[in-house]
Design a protein around this ligand. Structure first.
Ligand SMILES: NC(=O)C1=CN([C@@H]2O[C@H](COP(=O)(O)OP(=O)(O)OC[C@H]3O[C@@H](n4cnc5c(N)ncnc54)[C@H](OP(=O)(O)O)[C@@H]3O)[C@@H](O)[C@H]2O)C=CC1
Ligand SMILES: O=CCCC(=O)O
Length: 303
C-alpha cells in the first residue's frame, strides 16, 4: 500500500492517523510538538522531521491543523510542504479553515505541479477513531468545502448556545435538566449533539473532543464569510452593480459599521459614546479615519 503522510497529531489528526495504521496503511507522521508522535510510533508509524521530509517520502500527505495560520505555516514556512511537493504528489488539507486560506494553499501546491484537495470534516474525536467522519470535499471547486464546513459549524455553535441557555433556564426554573434532555430527545429538535453532550454537560464535565477555542475560531471565520456576502449585496442594492467591484469602498466609507463582526459593534458603541464629548463632527474625512481606527482595533482583538 502507498505510504501516507500525516501532519498534525492533535485530537483529530492522531485519531485519523491511527485509523490509517489500523487499516494497513504505512504512515509517516509529523507534529510541531514532536512528543505527540510517540503514541503513533508505538503503533508502527514512522516520524518525519518536517512537513517537507514527510512530503518527500509520501505520495499523499494529509494535514489536520488547528487554524488558518497553522495550515499556512506547514505549507509556506521553511521546511514546509512547498519545498518537496511536485507532480505525482498530492496534499489534502482537512483542517477547518476559510476559503481564502484553502485557495492560497491550492494555488501554491498546483504551481509546483502537485495536486491539492480540501477535505474538512464533520464529526469529532469518536467518529475519527471509528472511521466515521463526513468529508466535505468540493474537488475542483476549492473553497466550497471550507465554506460549507463553516456554515455547518456556525449552525452547530448557535445550537450549542441555545442548548446551554435552555439547560440553565430549566435549572433556574426548578426543572430537572435530565428531564429536559428526555423531552428534547422525544421531539422535533432531537439531535445527536444534544443526546451526546447533554449528559456530560449536566455533570459539568468538559473533556475536550472539539475544543471550544476551535468552535470560536469557526464562528469568527463564518462571520467573516457572511460579512463578505452581505457587503457586496448591499453595494449592489445601492446601485453600484455595474461599477468596478472596487466601488465597494463607497459602502465602507458611507456606512462604517456595514456588516462588521459583533466585536466591532461593541468597540464602535464605545467610541460613538465618546465622539460627542470631543465635539467631533462626522464629516466624510472623520469617517475615513474612524473606519481605520476601528479596523485596527478589530484586527488586534482576540476574536
Ligand atoms: N476536534 C474536533 O472535534 C474537530 C476538529 N476539527 C478541526 O480540525 C482541526 C484540528 O482540530 P483538533 O485536532 O481538535 O485540534 P488540536 O488543538 O487538538 O490540534 C491542533 C494541531 O495543530 C497543530 N498546530 C497548531 N499551530 C500550529 C502551527 N503554527 N504550526 C504547526 N502546527 C500547528 C498542533 O500542534 P502542537 O501539538 O504542536 O500544538 C496540533 O497538532 C481544526 O481546524 C479543527 O477546527 C474539525 C472537526 C472536528
Ligand atoms: O468541527 C467540529 C465538528 C464537530 C462535530 O461535527 O461533531
Amino acid at each position: 500500500m502507498e505510504e501516507i503522510g500525516f501532519l498534525g497529531m492533535g485530537i483529530m489528526g492522531k485519531a485519523m492517523a491511527m485509523n490509517l495504521l489500523r487499516h494497513g496503511f504505512k504512515v509517516t507522521v509529523w507534529n510541531r510538538t514532536l512528543s505527540k508522535c510517540d503514541e503513533l510510533k508505538e503503533h508502527g508509524a514512522s516520524v518525519g522531521e518536517s512537513p517537507a521530509a514527510v512530503v518527500k517520502k509520501c505520495k499523499y500527505t494529509i494535514g489536520m491543523l488547528s487554524d488558518p495560520p497553522a495550515a499556512l505555516s506547514v505549507v509556506f514556512d521553511k521546511n514546509g510542504i512547498l519545498e518537496e511537493i511536485c507532480s505525482g504528489k498530492g496534499y489534502i488539507d482537512m483542517s477547518t479553515v476559510d476559503a481564502e486560506t484553502s485557495t492560497k494553499i491550492s494555488e501554491a501546491v498546483k504551481e509546483k505541479g502537485g495536486d491539492f484537495l480540501e477535505g474538512p470534516v464533520s464529526g469529532s474525536k469518536k467518529p475519527a477513531e471509528d472511521g466515521q467522519l463526513v468529508i466535505l470535499a468540493a474537488g475542483e471547486k476549492v473553497g466550497n468545502g471550507a465554506k460549507m464546513k463553516l456554515v455547518v459549524n456556525m449552525i452547530m455553535g448557535s445550537m450549542m448556545n441555545a442548548f446551554s441557555e435552555g439547560l440553565v433556564l430549566a435549572d433556574k426554573s426548578g426543572l430537572n435538566p435530565k428531564t429536559l434532555l428526555d423531552v428534547l430527545d422525544l421531539g422535533a429538535i432531537a439531535n445527536p449533539m444534544f443526546k451526546m453532550k447533554g449528559p456530560s454537560m449536566i455533570q459539568n464535565s468538559y473533556n475536550p473532543a472539539f475544543p471550544l477555542k476551535h468552535q470560536q475560531k469557526d464562528m469568527r471565520l463564518a462571520l467573516a464569510l457572511g460579512d463578505e456576502n452581505a457587503v457586496f449585496k448591499k453595494a449592489r442594492s445601492t446601485g453600484l452593480g455595474d461599477l468596478d467591484f472596487s466601488a465597494l469602498l463607497n459602502i465602507r466609507l458611507d456606512d462604517p459599521e456595514g456588516s462588521m463582526p459583533f466585536s466591532y459593534y461593541k468597540n464602535r458603541a464605545f467610541f460613538l459614546a465618546l465622539i460627542p464629548r470631543f465635539g467631533v463632527e462626522m464629516t466624510k474625512n472623520t469617517r475615513i479615519l474612524y473606519y481605520f481606527v476601528f479596523n485596527a482595533i478589530r484586527c488586534t482583538s482576540v476574536d
